[in-house]
Write a protein that binds this ligand. Structure first.
Ligand SMILES: [Zn+2]
Length: 301
């Protein structure tokens, strides 16, 4: 479960925080996977969990969430050199409007604001003078924003950016992948999936908003790719969990074949293909090895 791969993860700490890997670590992790594991394309997983086919020992799928341009510029050459098939889940609004996913925008505003305090909609006043209070206020705001979608989400975010008088620079939108790059991923044999339109917590949305996030994102990507989009990744921006029995049904109705969550663990035969576990990648080589060995040990047990 990767997000972004950059030369210097520290440079983007106020927006991407912990979700960037350094190119060097990523490359070594991919070499480890190519050497000691068995990377497979995602579409084989559905047949496996449904009991229609087996997979090679120690099979792994590499996935990327959100849709950062670095997936194309930095990760792709490494994946292609090693022959590793991957799946890239893109957030449609971020691609089309050239903006970063909202948690990055909000994190930046709370970290960079020069205001001394911020008052939340319940009237509680948060000091902006201490890092931990800023972080708590940020998390509180995330809990609210993640339940919105579409225009309501964007309006709420804009209000917060104005209240804090700090806004992620517009050129940060260049960090998002373009449709042309996404088409190239598919041309090189990788899978493209949906990560919604606006990156909400699907389980906390009103039904009509959830339906729209599933269906519109699928339609928009299909239009741009001229190919069916069958795979979905649940955003996990705040609150837990970010899926439910209703969202599983919603994803099925929208026509998805698989959906991945941020639930940690291995994928076994008999698992619901629309609620697949994932393994966190860790920021070290040994950490990734450990996470994978642990997952495979659990699977055997
Ligand atoms: Zn995401």
């Amino acid at each position: 479960m990767y997000h972004s791969v950059v030369e210097d993860p520290g440079r983007l700490a106020d927006s991407l925080d912990g979700i960037s890997h350094s190119r060097q670590v990523f490359e070594e992790q991919m070499e480890l996977l190519a050497r000691e594991f068995h990377p497979i394309p995602l579409d084989q997983v559905r047949r496996f969990v449904l009991g229609h086919s087996n997979l090679p020992q120690r099979s792994v799928v590499i996935s990327f969430d959100d849709g950062y341009a670095d997936n194309y510029d930095i990760a792709l050459p490494i994946l292609d050199r090693l022959g590793i098939p991957s799946v890239f889940y893109v957030t449609v609004d971020c691609v089309e409007r050239r903006t970063m996913p909202w948690p990055s925008r909000l994190r930046y505003s709370f970290r960079r604001t020069k205001k001394k305090s911020w008052t939340d909609p319940e009237g509680k006043r948060w000091s902006m003078e201490k890092a931990d209070s800023r972080e708590q206020a940020f998390l509180t705001a995330c809990d609210r924003v993640c339940q919105l979608a579409g225009t309501a989400l964007e309006n709420c975010l804009t209000t917060l950016e104005e209240e804090l008088d700090a806004k992620l620079p517009n050129d940060s939108g260049q960090l998002m992948i373009t449709w042309e790059q996404i088409r190239n991923l598919a041309r090189r044999g990788h899978i493209v999936g949906s990560h919604t339109m606006t990156h909400p917590n699907m389980a906390y949305l009103r039904n009509e908003d959830a339906t729209r996030e599933f269906a519109d994102s699928k339609k928009r990507i299909e239009m741009q790719m001229n190919a069916p989009i069958e795979h979905f990744a649940y955003p996990c921006p705040a609150l837990f969990p970010s899926w439910s029995q209703e969202t599983v049904e919603g994803s099925r109705l929208a026509g998805y074949q698989t959906a991945v969550t941020t639930n940690r663990g291995p994928v076994r035969k008999g698992h619901e293909p629309l609620l697949l576990n994932r393994v966190p990648p860790s920021k070290t080589i040994d950490g990734l090895r450990w996470n994978l060995e642990k997952a495979f040990a659990e699977r055997a047990g």
